[in-house]
Design a protein around this ligand. Structure first.
Ligand SMILES: [Zn+2]
Length: 468
């Protein structure tokens, strides 16, 4: 964080002191054994990469596709892809090569990923003579001795297309798991939820696309897919992600300067909002815990008084991968991300004009990405558009001016997503109806899952969140 103090607001141009609090080191980008990766896919890969055939490298066209954005930072320098709808390992559709032929004809690569299996599952279910084990074997053969990776297939109960059933997916997944070495299977089926699937039960929702790409990035992180993937060696316990939930306002008025940054922290109760957001936070907590996440409530009850600084320190000490502030406000459906240069400014404890700015680029990038995922997930669940934007605190009595909530500003090394939710007539001091709070909770859960997938797998089937 950058703190700039000047002798009074009038002399803002003359900087007397500039203190830069060091940002933490950027996360390491371990080299992967798959510097070049060949990817064949079906329609599920279209939004991840593109349809057709191509090559993606850092700086090339396609570097901003969801999959490339998550794989390139993990040391995958080049992605050769061949993607076609309806593709399976065996059948040829409209003269387009099947996955085996497409894979064999890709440029030579260090590793290959066969992102197929959904159509194979259905084709087997409707009577193909080539079984799932044989399909996996042919895909491995096409990789000519190089590592071949696949992901498990998820088909929802609500899918209606012929042959596309959860049972067909399960049979395919058994063959994928049995037919590939340990560490070569990304278990997407363990992550997939209704929120991550499109209405057809087969394709990915917007949140699902982001989550799948991110899961692939995590899979390739840490040197080899085996190290970052689902198949951990025995005795290496999986660390469930920690999510810090910040249920809104404080029961007592706090008006204090943060000792570390000097920013003015003002927090006070806000009527019905306090119980509303606590109910949402508890519903989100129970939905996440049922999926194996570790959840920290930064305020354990509506009566607990705790400053922004203490909340942030608690999130950090618990190792939170993400902080989520939960607020309501009438007709306000917004998300405020941490952005480099966003700031608060006003008269500090020493009487000098002080400006505190957010300066951690890594945290800001993560916050921006997660905020977009939250916006997509929330819009789907809430049925209203959700905007990612800066807030404005200018001209608000008793508060420092600027454009970022204080808690997000001082959480320099914890990616934070600050949420406001309301209906046209409720929110803030006006109680939000419970069914609307339930939508808010559902959207937050989906946003969290998309942002920080639980790579330890799903422990139990989640219940739909209900505010308590
Ligand atoms: Zn609020």
């Amino acid at each position: 964080m950058t703190v700039i103090r000047t002798a009074g607001a009038a002399a803002a141009a003359a900087l007397l002191a500039a203190t830069v609090v060091a940002a933490p080191a950027a996360s390491a980008n371990p080299a992967t054994q798959c510097a070049t990766l060949g990817w064949v896919g079906d329609s599920l890969s279209v939004p991840l990469l593109a349809e057709g055939r191509g090559t993606i490298q850092s700086g090339s066209v396609g570097q901003d596709t969801p999959l490339a954005k998550d794989l390139l930072p993990q040391g995958v320098n080049t992605i050769y892809y061949d993607v076609a709808g309806a593709r399976s390992a065996v059948e040829t559709v409209n003269g387009t090569p099947n996955a085996v032929d497409a894979l064999a004809s890709l440029p030579a690569a260090d590793c290959y990923f066969a992102a197929v299996g959904t159509n194979d599952a259905a084709n087997i279910a409707v009577g193909s003579e080539v079984d799932a084990a044989e399909r996996v074997k042919r895909l491995r053969g096409a990789a000519s001795g190089k590592p071949l990776f696949m992901m498990t297939v998820a088909i929802g109960e609500n899918a209606t297309a012929n042959g596309y059933t959860p049972a067909a997916a399960q049979a395919m997944n058994d063959a994928i798991t049995a037919g590939l070495p340990t560490g070569h299977v990304l278990d997407w089926a363990a992550r997939s939820t209704t929120e991550l699937r499109a209405a057809d039960g087969i394709h990915d929702s917007a949140a699902g696309i982001s989550s799948r790409a991110r899961a692939a990035g995590v899979f390739f992180a840490g040197g080899t897919p085996a190290a970052g993937g689902d198949d951990r060696s025995p005795g290496q316990p999986c660390q469930a992600p920690v999510i810090a939930l910040d249920p809104g306002h404080n029961p007592d008025k706090i008006e204090a300067f943060d000792r570390q940054s000097g920013v003015l922290m003002v927090d006070e109760p806000n009527g019905a909002e306090d119980a509303d957001v606590m109910a949402v936070a508890k519903a989100v907590r129970s939905a996440l815990e049922s999926r194996g996440y570790k959840v920290v409530l930064l305020k354990s009850s509506t009566d607990q008084s705790i400053s922004y600084r203490d909340r942030v320190e608690r999130a950090k000490s618990e190792g939170a991968a993400l902080g989520v502030s939960i607020h309501t406000s009438i007709n306000e459906n917004s998300i405020f991300p941490q952005r480099e240069g966003n700031y608060r400014e006003g008269v500090g404890a020493d009487g000098q004009h002080t400006r505190v700015a957010f300066s951690n680029a890594d945290t800001a990038a993560a916050s921006e990405q997660y905020s977009m995922m939250f916006a997509q997930a929330r819009a789907t669940a809430e049925g209203r558009s959700v905007v990612v934007r800066n807030n404005s605190f200018d001209g608000r009595a008793g508060l420092w001016g600027g454009n970022i909530p204080v808690i997000a500003l001082i959480a320099e090394d914890v990616p934070w997503v600050y949420n406001e939710f309301g209906t046209p007539t409720t929110g803030g001091t006006v109680k939000v109806p419970n069914e609307e709070l339930a939508r808010y909770a559902t959207g937050l859960v989906a946003g969290i899952i998309a942002s920080i997938p639980n790579d330890c797998g799903q422990q139990t089937l989640p219940a739909a969140p209900e505010p308590s």
